[in-house]
Design a protein around this ligand. Structure first.
Ligand code: SAH
Length: 492
């Protein structure tokens, strides 16, 4: 039997770009992933489609999976011969119980690897513009828990040692015990004017900070109802934040955007909006299942005069199928067309310089390539192009495993905008929202609705939605400018 293996992986603090190359490799190999609440769930999109995803965090109205149960599950899955990833927020060894998990695996002689991660106590301050050491402000840095197993949850710390020996301190799990921390530090000699910063959801687009001093921060945090997950950073270094604050200056920082999607991969728009500082939730989550190959079409591929590719994925799928069936590409005699500029771009990558479908004239033998949505539009194709054959490369289905994941992401977010990139995305959004236990109308309440173009705007209206804005032209740059503008107007 195949021997199982466990990777204990640090997911990094939030920004998915902060996972290590090794960590991402492990996710891509995984057959089972046990993940925590603080590991960004977007990383799970990199897992293989059939990977089992097990949530180990807290659920509403019930407790989190207990640690001994998690250890048992890791052992059980590995003994079944599976590749298991235990995905934890930040670094697995920083208040991550990796020691206990690794010990359980070692006890059962299960092979494991530990993949370090970037810890939030360093990354969250950096994304707030604060390095934890600096030649002029601090040569020592400590990671300290602000919570422990004692009765009242108050950590027993050598306060005197901390005050006298350490310049900068990062407290984890600290919000509830903030009064105790500040009081203890002052009592043991730390000046009450020492700067303090709280960084909540560090490295996410929704990162929030609160600045004060040991004397003022408690009241401020109570006033703002500041909550976990947050890092409490204490030390003179906090005062340089103004100069180095790079992340919060991104154009879309603070925006929480719902992006309606029709594709199965992370979209280019999502990547760009994230790059510009926004938190983006792509909704809904689809998965692609290969369709059985239509051998009649494949055998007769040389007979088609024209082939229309309805999406970039259809291009990839078509040429992959040809290769898998060992059909030489030179059997394709047809003139190729893309259904949109995105599809023509995909064809160009493969060396075909082609026109978009608008330029297509009638022909006898036309083949239309795409996913199972083609069947829905077949009468439109007949009206437009006359006789044709369909070549369906894949079926698109809602990814059931992601229903609870997306529900949790939506619960946790405070969305401000929805972006509809296409009319198909409007339709998909409205149709699929109920699968997630919520109507489209409810999900869109209080959100600004941005449509990528006139056709999309019209589609939104057909579904009874009232769009608010549209970029000047359908480019990503114009979309970013439009989103910046809508945010300013929302805030006024
Ligand atoms: N292993 C994790 C820490 C787990 S303990 C790491 O290395 O980061 C959980 C605590 O980590 C939270 O209570 C909070 O204090 C901190 N934390 C985790 N992710 C965070 C984030 N994105 N922003 C701020 N604090 C975070």
């Amino acid at each position: 039997m195949k021997k199982g293996k466990v990777f204990l992986v640090g997911a990094g603090p939030g920004d998915i770009g902060l996972i290590t190359v090794r960590g991402l490799e492990a996710i891509k190999l995984a057959e089972v992933i046990l993940y925590d609440r603080l590991a960004n769930p977007k990383l799970l999109e990199f897992a293989p489609l059939d990977c089992e995803l097990i949530y180990c965090g807290k659920l509403p109205h019930c407790h989190a999976l207990r640690q001994d149960k998690i250890n048992d599950l890791l052992v059980e899955k590995a003994l079944e011969g599976k590749i298991v990833v235990r995905l934890k927020g930040g670094d697995p060894s920083v208040f991550g119980r990796v020691g206990e998990e690794a010990a359980a695996l070692a006890e059962h002689d299960i092979s494991f690897e530990i993949v370090p991660g970037i810890t939030s106590g360093i990354a969250a301050p950096l994304y707030a513009g604060i390095p934890v050491t600096h030649r002029e402000y601090g040569g020592s840095f400590a990671i300290v828990t602000a919570h422990d197993k004692s009765k009242e949850g108050k950590p027993s710390i050598d306060w005197e040692g901390l005050v006298n020996g350490i310049d900068t301190i990062s407290f984890y799990m600290g919000v509830a015990n903030l009064p105790f921390i500040c009081e203890s530090l002052i009592k043991h000699g730390k000046p009450s004017s020492t700067p303090v910063i709280l960084v909540q959801w560090g490295t996410f687009g929704r990162q929030k900070i609160l600045e004060g001093t040991l004397e003022t921060i408690v009241q401020k945090a109570q006033f703002e109802k500041f909550e976990n997950p947050a890092i409490t950073l204490i030390g003179d270094i906090v005062s340089i934040r103004g100069k180095l604050n790079w992340f919060e200056k991104k154009p879309l920082f603070g925006r929480q955007i719902l992006l309606a999607r029709t594709g199965t991969e992370i979209s280019e728009i999502a990547k760009e909006l994230t790059e510009q500082g926004a938190d983006v939730i792509e909704f809904p989550k689809w998965k692609k299942v290969s369709a059985p190959v239509d051998m009649t079409v494949m055998r007769n591929i040389h007979m088609y005069e024209k082939i229309l590719f309805t999406s970039p994925e259809s291009v990839t799928d078509f040429f992959t199928t040809l290769a898998e069936q060992e059909i030489d590409i030179r059997n394709v005699k047809a003139k190729l067309f893309g259904g949109s500029t995105k599809s023509t771009r995909e064809l160009k990558k493969r060396g075909f310089v082609v026109d978009v479908a608008d330029k297509m004239t009638d022909c006898k033998k036309l083949l239309i390539v795409g996913d199972d949505q083609l069947q829905k539009h077949n009468t439109e194709y007949t009206a437009q192009y006359g006789v044709h054959d369909l070549f369906i490369t894949s079926f698109k289905q809602i990814d059931e495993q992601f229903i609870p994941i997306l529900q949790r992401m939506l619960d946790e977010a405070a969305l401000d905008t929805v972006v509809f990139p296409s009319s198909a995305a409007v339709q998909a959004f409205v149709e699929q929202a109920p699968v997630y236990g919520i109507t489209a109308e409810r999900m869109l309440r209080n959100l600004k609705i941005v449509c990528m173009g006139k056709k999309t705007w019209a589609a939104a209206e057909t579904f009874g939605l009232n769009p608010d804005d549209m970029p000047e032209n359908p480019t990503r740059q114009a979309l970013i400018e439009c989103l910046q503008k809508t945010f300013i107007s929302t805030r006024l």
